[in-house]
Design a binder for this molecule. Structure first.
Ligand code: PMP
Length: 433
């Protein structure tokens, strides 16, 4: 596959954009290097690079593109959003309508605020929890990513169940001191952390289905309920980070799938239909702590911008149509089962975690239930697989910790073409063994 133009553009990028990328996850650092592909166009389940190479896309821009690229209703909403100017810095009807639609889908969002990113949404919910409880500490789960606010860069990598260590330079010891990390899917560890830090804990923050060390679901159907009970018994609030999960698996939250209720939710990605967005919301009494009603400050020049409201609305309108999630689930299953079979045929040890249309192929034969399990999978084999797929026209995220996202635009034919590429990749990898 000729990627001369990609290489040219990326060389130019590196001279002006730090590291050539506007988000580190886009670099190929964690897949043994190479030049990131510079994309030019997307349509449905396909994207094309600047050399004109075509790929079946499972990156989905790290999640938002649940309808695939350039869905006609979303594109129409985006066009219409430009007819009357772009931004007013005032309330608009679109943010009202969109908030009403979100609340109708997710009744736990008694009050909502729109922001510009998942990072902002999570960051603000933590501030609110601290204000409400008068406590400082946050308990989070090792390996979970909640955006790049200072506190959330603590143990976004490994972490013992003690006070965390920042994974980024530039985070103060004071900030790190306020973040406690426990392994996901381990109630005893959470209990132990609460026994030590419970009286200082403002909130327990959880991705109800993890999307950030690969797809990892609760190991038991009661896990989330127990997390919530333990947190509440300690007097802490529960924040669900549903930036990846909301509207991913059904028309609503992961909380609804498990029949549980958090105090606050952070949303993003899918709800913007591909434009920048974040949102947070939850219990009315808790949300009323936010300015202008309460003492917690949060603001944003671009917050609730009409374009994101309107593309988000269009995206949710399509997602509300019957059968979409069933289709994505069926395609996800077809893909996962196909990869499983091919892995067995070619002697590749893989563990596939899947929820609906989202799945992760881990190189290893052990179950992946927490970050340590994910870390113990083979990154070198993953990197080989990643490049082999890319060269065969299949685009997935360049990290062993990410998910493949099947969109509503994918078809059985796309999945079958993907499986042919996977077979080619496994064959090539087997030949090198
Ligand atoms: N929370 C979760 C669970 C995420 O996956 C992400 C982004 N990958 C974020 C928060 C941060 O969102 P954003 O990139 O929009 O700031």
């Amino acid at each position: 596959m000729d990627r001369t133009q990609s290489a040219r553009w990326f060389a130019r990028a590196e001279r002006v954009i730090l590291g050539g990328v506007n988000s580190p996850s886009r670099s190929f650092k964690s897949v043994g290097g190479g030049t990131p592909v510079v994309m030019a166009r997307g349509q449905g389940a396909r994207i094309w690079d600047v050399d004109g190479n075509e790929y079946i896309d499972y990156l989905a821009a790290y999640g938002p593109l649940v309808l695939g690229h350039a869905h006609p209703k979303v594109m129409a909403a985006l066009r219409e959003a430009t007819y009357d100017g772009i931004l007013y810095g005032t309330p608009t009807r679109w943010e009202v309508e969109f908030a009403e639609r979100l609340q109708a889908a997710i009744p736990d969002l008694e009050r909502i605020r729109f922001v510009n990113s998942g990072t902002e949404a999570v960051m603000t919910t933590i501030r609110i929890a601290r204000a409400v409880t008068g406590r400082n500490k946050v308990i989070k789960f090792a390996g979970c990513y909640h955006g790049h606010s200072d506190a959330m860069l603590v143990a976004a990598g490994s972490g013992p169940s003690s006070v965390g260590v920042p994974d980024s330079a530039g985070v103060t010891p004071g900030t790190a001191h306020d973040v406690v990390t426990v392994p996901y899917n381990d109630l005893d560890a959470l209990r132990a952390a609460l026994a030590v830090h419970g009286e200082d804990t403002a909130c327990v923050l959880v991705e109800p289905i993890v999307g950030n060390f690969g797809i990892v679901a609760p190991a038991s159907p009661t896990y989330l309920r127990d997390v919530i009970d333990l947190a509440h018994r300690a007097g802490a609030l529960v924040i669900f980070d549903e930036v990846i999960t909301a509207f991913r698996f059904h028309y609503g939250t992961a909380a609804q799938m498990y029949g549980v209720h958090a105090d606050l939710y952070a949303l993003g990605k899918i709800i913007g239909g591909g434009l920048p967005i974040g949102a947070y919301g939850g219990r009315r009494d808790v949300m009323e702590q936010v300015s202008p009603l309460g003492p917690v400050y949060q603001a944003g020049t671009m917050a609730g911008n009409p374009a994101s409201m309107r593309t988000g609305m269009a995206c949710l309108e399509v997602l509300a149509e019957p059968g979409i999630y069933e289709r994505m689930d069926a395609l996800g299953r077809r893909l996962a089962e196909g990869i499983r079979q091919l892995a067995d045929t070619y002697g590749e040890a893989v563990t596939i975690n899947r929820v609906g249309g989202a799945l992760t192929v881990f190189f290893g034969s052990h179950a992946v239930r927490n970050y340590a399990d994910a870390q113990a999978t083979d990154g070198v084999r993953f990197a080989r697989f990643f490049h082999a797929l890319l060269d065969r026209g299949v685009c997935i995220a360049p990290s062993k910790y990410e998910a493949w996202f099947v969109s509503a635009a994918h078809t059985e034919a796309d999945v079958d073409q993907t499986l042919a590429a996977v077979e080619g990749a496994f064959k090539a990898m087997a030949a090198e063994r």
